[in-house]
Design a protein around this ligand. Structure first.
Ligand code: R5P
Length: 295
């Protein structure tokens, strides 16, 4: 029988203190359920409200990309500096230690290799497996204007339905075909369609002109895609402009892991995204960390 003699009577109800209520910090996510918000908070840093995602999912359509030949050797040292890793379940299960405590954004679409029409994707992951792997989000390409546009949108909407059922956010990735004009008009269209159809955040490219209209007209956070490798200062400048113009962070791959000092680069990107460092300052940080590493 429970010993109730020493039980203290409850009395401290703090009647003069209003019940604490914090609005959730991620754009467009205030009405989401707790599990969905908790997962988003494993991607977006609650302190800055932004994210540095490290994209290493390239192998799902192009095999062992330069810099990703050995994820265990080249990428694991970078993982502690990222807020989240974007990757396939194959690399997650085989190579990432299960003690990894940051966000995992799982690639959920695939099909064609670089040898075929890339927009011809299907969903390539069951939501149950995403939950089993404790993913913080799942990612799907949308090919607006592409040959298989409707199919890719159908992939997105099915994934959003499954994600909503299980509390897993969906990242819509705007993939741009070679023939498409990369301008604000296109990206406003692509990002808005992804958000309207349920994506909880959107990955898209930075453009020099009117990028702020892309972020302003998208009701969920936009993370900037990295794209092909640039000189480090240029990549840091691009990240700086993107977050200054409304992006909630970056999802960069080659501009980090193809740098000659990837650990220094990811920390410099973090400086820009989380500490609002100017590009020149972040580049100095990069050079300092690079030279320290060489010693
Ligand atoms: C892009 O659509 C894919 O998700 C890529 O595999 C990857 O995320 C691209 O990263 P980056 O362009 O920064 O190398």
């Amino acid at each position: 029988m429970a010993d109730t003699d020493s039980l203290k009577e409850t009395k401290d109800f703090c009647l003069d203190v209003p019940y604490r209520h914090e609005a959730f910090f991620v754009k467009g996510s205030t009405s989401l359920d707790w599990g969905m918000q908790n997962r988003l908070a494993r991607i977006f840093n609650p302190r800055s409200g932004r994210t540095v995602m490290l994209a290493i999912d390239h192998g799902y359509f192009q095999g062992p990309t330069s810099g990703l030949e050995r994820v265990d050797v080249n990428i694991l040292p970078l993982a502690p500096y990222a807020d989240a890793l974007m990757l396939t379940r194959g690399i997650l299960r085989t190579t990432i230690p299960s003690s990894y405590g940051k966000g995992v954004v799982l690639r959920a679409s695939g099909g064609p290799s670089v040898l075929k029409e890339l927009s011809n994707e299907q969903l390539a992951l069951d939501i149950e497996d995403a939950v089993r792997l404790n993913a913080a989000a799942v990612a799907v390409q949308v090919f607006i204007g592409g040959e298989f546009e409707t199919q890719s949108i159908y992939n997105l909407t099915r994934l959003v339905d499954m994600g909503n059922r299980f509390g897993v956010p969906v990242l819509g990735v705007t993939a741009v075909g070679k023939s498409m004009t990369r301008d604000a008009r296109y990206f406003r269209l692509a990002c808005r369609i992804a958000a309207e159809l349920g994506a909880h955040f959107v990955k898209t490219y930075y453009i020099e002109e009117d990028f702020e209209t892309v972020t302003a007209s998208c009701p969920v956070p936009i993370v900037m895609a990295g794209g092909k490798k640039l000189p480090e200062l240029d990549a840091l400048t691009m990240a700086y402009k993107a977050v200054s113009e409304g992006a909630a962070g970056v999802d960069m791959g080659r501009n980090i892991f193809q740098s000659d000092a990837p650990e220094a680069m990811i920390q410099a990107v973090g400086g820009v995204v989380h500490e609002c460092m100017k590009p020149a300052e972040a580049y100095e940080m990069f050079k300092t960390l690079r030279s320290e590493k060489k010693k």
